[in-house]
Design a protein around this ligand. Structure first.
Ligand SMILES: Nc1ncnc2c1ncn2[C@@H]1O[C@H](COP(=O)(O)OP(=O)(O)OP(=O)(O)O)[C@@H](O)[C@H]1O
Ligand SMILES: [Mg+2]
Length: 259
């Protein structure tokens, strides 16, 4: 069965009813494909930080993460968000197991510098213990992965979920990598671009056409395409047929990243 890495963003998790639809959609594909799910949770983290009156900022779409923030990120992502997704999948009889980058040493990271700048406990993936997902797959469990990870220094690090999804897709040689976001695709001049070439991406960032969270998403999509992941799509949520359509149709409803 071909492996599919599905990354879902904070708003899919946050919009009422969408996690349930997502769970149904995973249920529909899991007899023909082997999915692994990586989730973000930007909206939930923001809400929690706001309630604590904790200010936050981003550098090139990456969250600046101090010692207090990483605690909140881990609680929200590896706790609440991860278990909400697992619960919805189990309700749809999908045998989901929730883990984070920490568990089994799935992801080991070192501190990431963004443009040479130290932005705190933000990790760059250095090592993947592939046994972790292989063991789950062997018993047909569907992994649901929170990207919070650990460093060799024993600290916890926040890892952008898009980067984690693309690294996992590369290492496990996934056939498909699907990023589900809160936009219908990559928008350029007000319309969804059906295809974007890897060679265009840095130019579109420099020109300001691509900003915020779309920056790490496109950079990680580009890396995945270059490292042999079969198809890389960025799309919105279009109801419970979304995953099946992205996997079986010739084109994406959103954007396909091409070499
Ligand atoms: N050219 C662009 N086309 C589409 N979206 C863009 C573009 N440039 C910037 N964006 C922003 O990128 C956002 C998507 O990235 P964001 O990190 O916010 O969400 P996500 O990655 O889907 O979820 P999470 O970060 O919670 O995992 C969009 O909501 C939009 O505001
Ligand atoms: Mg994001």
């Amino acid at each position: 069965m071909s492996l599919v890495i599905i990354k879902i963003g904070g708003s899919t998790i946050d919009t009422p009813g969408l996690i349930q639809e997502f769970a149904q959609s995973v249920g529909d594909i899991c007899y023909d494909y082997r999915p692994a799910i990586v989730h973000g949770g930007g909206k939930d983290i923001a809400r929690q930080l706001d309630s604590l009156k904790k200010e936050y900022s981003f550098v090139e779409g990456m969250r600046v993460t101090d010692a207090e923030t990483i605690k909140v990120v881990q609680m929200v992502l590896s706790g609440d968000v991860n278990k909400r997704i697992v619960n919805e999948l189990l309700l749809e009889r999908v045998p989901a197991v929730g883990i984070s980058g920490v568990d089994g040493g799935l992801l080991t990271v070192s501190k990431m510098l963004v443009n040479g700048q130290d932005i705190g406990f933000v990790g760059e993936i250095k090592n993947i213990n592939t046994d972790v997902l292989t063991a789950l797959f062997e018993y047909s469990f569907i992994p649901v992965i929170s990207p919070v990870s650990r460093g060799k220094d024993g600290e916890f690090y926040n890892v952008n979920a898009d980067l984690a999804a693309s690294k996992l897709a590369m290492v496990y040689e996934a056939e498909d990598l699907i990023f589900i976001s809160d936009v219908p695709g990559v928008m350029i001049d007000g319309a969804v671009r059906k295809t974007i070439r890897v060679s265009e991406i840095e130019g579109l960032i420099a020109s300001g056409d691509i900003t915020g969270g779309m920056i790490p998403k496109l950079r990680s999509a580009a890396e995945a395409v270059q490292k042999g992941v079969g198809r890389v799509h960025i799309c919105g949520w279009n109801g419970s047929d979304t995953l099946l359509n992205e996997l079986t149709e010739e084109n994406s409803t959103g954007t396909v990243i091409q070499e």
